[in-house]
Design a protein around this ligand. Structure first.
Ligand code: SAM
Length: 317
């Protein structure tokens, strides 16, 4: 459906938990209590939101968290979502730690694609950043997902000290697309420097030569892609801070507690869990009205206007 600014909203990111098995410094450093199970949406409730979403023209979905795979029966949710009539794709964003265990079940359930977050190729830095010695598990998870035929992309947050070279080299070697994401001032991200992706692009030009800007889209997101013919690598940039893309925004988010979130910047959402749990209340008009009122743009440039105070892991990045 179109929102109040004429944007076509066809994509929903669904968080299934706010718990995570990594404690990334800028996302979920370890002090998030975790929602009680009774307060999480059940799979049936999530699927009811998806069914209503399809009626509104939302046909692409991505499951995220926290870490989605810590909700261990996640493949069953993927199966139910993917088999919902009208759903065209279901992807997942994961830190990859448990992916080797689940890749087969996820592929069998019909998952289309997986985006794996990978901020460093250095084991010690990985441990410093995430509090866990599990880089090798992530790399095994990527292999397993590829072997099971899932479309894999890498997501790397541009943390300022990010050394993009080993990640680009790994992406090249594995034939994967990698996207660099500007740090957003959400939760603990507020305390991190935000290095513009343009600075990375300049460094890449120095190493790889002049790129070609691709018009092609690879998925539902706002990444701008550049191909470096000299190096045979394609790199994406998601630059919410320095190249705001709100006028093309196509997405809404559902938190694990059932709040329909219309923009990352604002804490206010529409409580769909309440609607789902009160007999006789109708979901569709509530969702339609919420999407019609989606804010025009984010306000990351002016912290004073931001009303979102939760960590990214609690929202579902
Ligand atoms: N646990 C899963 C994962 O690691 O992919 C899914 C949830 S995590 C919140 C989703 C993505 O959000 C990760 O790639 C993470 O690096 C990114 N992220 C977290 N905080 C961020 C911030 N402040 N700015 C930009 N990206 C952020």
């Amino acid at each position: 459906m179109k929102d109040g600014f004429g944007r076509n909203i066809d994509y929903m990111r669904i968080s299934v938990t706010d718990r995570c098995n990594l404690h990334c410094r800028y996302c979920s450093p370890g002090n998030i209590a975790g929602t009680k199970e009774t307060e999480l949406l059940t799979f049936r409730e999530i699927v009811r939101v998806v069914e209503a979403g399809v009626q509104l023209g939302i046909t692409h979905y991505r499951v995220t968290g926290g870490e989605p795979l810590v909700r261990r029966d996640c493949p069953e949710l993927i199966r139910q979502m993917r088999h919902t009539p009208g759903v065209e794709s279901v992807g997942m964003t994961t830190n990859g730690v448990l992916l080797a265990d689940f890749a087969g079940q996820l592929a069998d359930a019909g998952l289309d694609s997986v985006n794996v977050s990978l901020d460093t190729m250095d084991e010690n830095e990985f441990e410093r950043l995430t509090g866990s010695k599990s880089l090798s598990n992530v790399l095994e998870g990527i292999q397993a997902a590829k072997e099971r035929g899932l479309a894999v992309k890498l997501n790397t947050v541009n943390r300022g000290e990010t050394d993009w070279r080993p990640i680009a080299a790994y992406a090249m070697e594995q034939g994967l697309l990698v996207r660099f994401i500007e740090m957003m001032p959400i939760g603990y991200g507020k305390t991190e420097p935000c290095r513009p992706n343009d600075a990375l692009l300049e460094e890449m030009k120095e190493s790889f030569g002049q790129p070609e800007r691709l018009r092609q889209r690879f998925g539902d997101g706002p990444a701008e892609y550049y191909r470096f013919p000299g190096a045979g690598v394609t790199v994406g940039f998601i630059s919410a801070m320095h190249h705001k893309f709100c006028e093309d925004c196509n997405r809404v988010r559902l938190t694990s507690q059932g709040s329909l979130k219309l923009c990352l910047c604002y804490g206010e959402g529409v409580d769909l869990r309440e609607v789902l749990r009160i007999p006789g209340r109708e979901l569709l008009p509530v969702m339609r009205e919420a999407i019609r009122n989606k804010p025009r743009e984010h306000c990351f440039g002016n912290f004073a206007q931001m009303t979102e105070t939760r960590a990214m892991a609690e929202i579902g990045g």
